[in-house]
Design a protein. Structure first.
Length: 359
């Protein structure tokens, strides 16, 4: 338990709004490297460990393309086949490749804002600690979704559709991001007509939710199974992590409207989607939990935009709000998480185990 708390305090400290001088480029890279080792070289850690070890074993016995597709999405399957080809014992090669994809996308997405540490601070207590080690395939998809979102911000259609395509190769729920494609076309009327925008929001979100609801019933996109059931008991805690970014966005919406006229509707759309998930969580918790994972970029973008433009006092206030809320989430997860003690504690790592055994 102390392992997670220590890392959280280090990331929190270095994300404070002070100048770290010549170390400003080295420290973020060091944190990303350490987190890569944490995610990629974990040993018997994470909610998906047993299920993905089982998948890895199944890939050893495929006979045709149909067998290959039936196990998992093709992107994840290809990494497993590469691991088998190189005769790697265990799934640390697979996990390392998946972690590398996520952190590279995370780095390049946030590099555009010249701030890596604050996004790590925003995402650490759930997306990084839990998702990258508990939802391996979806974490890769989430990484590629950052590429797609960069396409929206840059009004780059190739980047957007490439990001969505690569994300779908690892988790097919990522196809939902195709509904964001209209925001790439600034001349479409939904971007400057309130009625059409809200009409599109209602119909597109409803369409996606219906599709994913039936997919969930058919177990086409199930979560990691632990007791034969899909558990989403902490869905409200994870949704509540959006509250501070939502309040900041509502308060600073005039700023987004004036500074980002080409894609402020994109932020509005994300806000509507998240609010809808709040209402659906009571009776579609598994579906909402699955969708909610992808929207971590909304928290990063809103808080980072606000953080960058604010005075020092407002930066500190933002830091305090995020630190307190995320610390509460971390404490609750460490002490009351249904599977935390079984799947994440104690933390073990291939690299550290090798070093200890060597000496």
């Amino acid at each position: 338990m102390a392992f997670y708390i220590i890392i959280w305090f280090f990331i929190s400290f270095f994300s404070l709004p002070f100048n770290i001088g010549r170390y400003s480029k080295i420290i973020p890279l060091l944190f990303l490297f350490l987190l890569f080792l944490y995610t990629g070289l974990r040993f018997e850690v994470g909610g998906d460990w047993d299920s993905y070890l089982y998948k890895y074993d199944k890939y050893n016995y495929i006979n045709n393309f149909s067998d290959f597709i039936s196990i998992s999405e093709p992107g994840y399957g290809l990494i497993n086949l590469l691991s088998i080809y190189f005769n790697v014992d265990g799934i640390y090669f697979v996990n390392s490749c998946c972690a590398l994809i996520f952190y590279l996308n995370f780095y390049f997405f946030n590099k555009r804002f010249k701030n890596i540490l604050f996004p790590l601070f925003v995402c650490f207590t759930y997306t990084i600690i839990v998702v990258t080690t508990g939802y391996t395939r979806q974490s890769v998809a989430m990484g590629f979704i950052l590429l797609a979102i960069s396409g929206v911000l840059d009004q780059n259609k190739i980047k957007f559709f490439l990001g969505v395509f690569l994300a779908v190769l690892f988790h097919n729920t990522a196809f939902l991001f195709l509904i964001f494609s209209p925001f790439l076309f600034k001349n479409l009327k939904i971007n400057n007509n309130d009625f059409l925008f809200y009409l599109y929001s209602v119909f597109s979100i409803s369409f996606i939710l219906v599709l994913l609801y039936f997919a969930t019933l058919g177990e086409l996109n199930s979560y990691t199974e632990t007791d034969g059931k899909m558990s989403s008991g902490g869905v409200y805690m994870r949704l509540l992590m959006h509250v501070i970014p939502i309040l900041y966005y509502i308060y600073y919406r005039p700023y987004f409207l004036s500074n980002f006229p080409l894609f402020y509707r994109f932020f509005d759309y994300n806000l509507i989607f998240i609010v809808v998930m709040f209402f659906l969580a009571s009776f579609l918790s598994t579906l909402v939990d699955r969708l909610n994972l992808y929207f971590f970029y909304f928290d990063i973008l809103v808080l980072l935009f606000v953080y960058i433009k604010s005075t020092l006092e407002k930066k500190i206030l933002c830091w305090v709000l995020v630190f307190v809320s995320n610390s509460v989430v971390l404490i609750l997860w460490l002490n009351f998480g249904k599977w935390t003690a079984l799947k994440w504690i104690p933390y073990q790592n291939y690299f550290s185990n090798y070093i200890l055994n060597f000496f």
